[in-house]
Design a binder for this molecule. Structure first.
Ligand SMILES: [Zn+2]
Ligand SMILES: [Zn+2]
Length: 243
């Protein structure tokens, strides 16, 4: 073995060990886990060059990321190394990739082939997508104005979601509950009742009676004659996939 521990994250593709001291200084509680460095290319973003990604795979002896399973390890992966480093002060990485017996993850991809597209074509597409999103934005605004006018005419109270800005009438709102056993997972209590859909426990918390049916966040009564806030122009760039 020629490797060593270093606070500089590795850049070569592979799987690495990381370690960090226990925040309370207990040597038997040293924290450690596995970390993967790989190249990623998103087919949905053909104009973006491939990127090297560093993500945690699992965390052992964790003091972060919720309850531990018996045996002291959790599969709390998915963080990039900067997030990891902010939670594990003093993090260090083993300098050599660890591939395990018989070559663990032998098909970890290398840098994918990528050729930049004709910038003229890209620009043309960008322009088209900008126009389309401006049109969509206007349609949404018109729809909103219409909804407010309709509610006014029928004397109905409108609610606005704080997260997605969607307008809902009272009958569309849902009761939102969260389960303290499932990382405060939110669910629609109107539809599922009081039991958590994940663990089926009944002792869940009622968060709000005026929940948004789309995103389960709280809705507030739409302030009457509120000055129209100019909405920020929607970004034309393709959405990054959530992982
Ligand atoms: Zn919402
Ligand atoms: Zn639950």
């Amino acid at each position: 073995m020629t490797g060593s521990w270093s606070s500089t994250p590795p850049t070569d593709v592979g799987r690495y060990w990381w370690r960090a001291p226990d925040p309370h200084g207990r040597p038997e509680h040293q924290q450690y886990g596995l970390f993967v460095v790989s190249w990623e290319f998103h087919s949905s973003m053909p104009d973006h060059p491939p990127k090297r990604r560093m993500r945690s795979m699992c965390i052992f002896n964790s003091s972060y990321g919720g309850e531990m399973e018996t045996g002291g390890w959790s599969l709390g992966g998915g963080n990039d190394w900067k997030t990891l480093a902010s939670h594990y002060v003093g993090i260090e990485f083993w300098s050599e990739p660890e591939r395990g017996p018989g070559g663990f993850m032998p098909d970890l991809p290398g840098k994918p082939a990528w050729t930049p597209r004709d910038p003229k074509v890209v620009e043309e597409e960008l322009k088209k997508s900008k126009e389309a999103s401006a049109k969509r934005h206007k349609e949404e605004l018109d729809e909103r104005t219409q909804k407010i006018a309709d509610a006014k005419a029928s004397g109905e109270t409108l609610y606005e979601c704080e997260s997605c800005d969607e307008l809902h009438c009272e009958s569309d709102l849902v009761q939102v509950r969260e389960c303290p056993h499932c990382n405060d997972e939110k669910f629609d209590g109107t539809e599922n009742g009081q039991s958590c859909p994940s663990c089926n426990r009944r002792f869940t918390r009622n968060i709000t009676e005026t929940g948004c049916p789309e995103c389960l966040d709280e809705c507030e009564v739409l302030a009457e004659d509120a000055p129209e806030e100019p909405k920020p122009e929607p970004a034309p760039a393709p959405k990054k996939r959530k992982r």
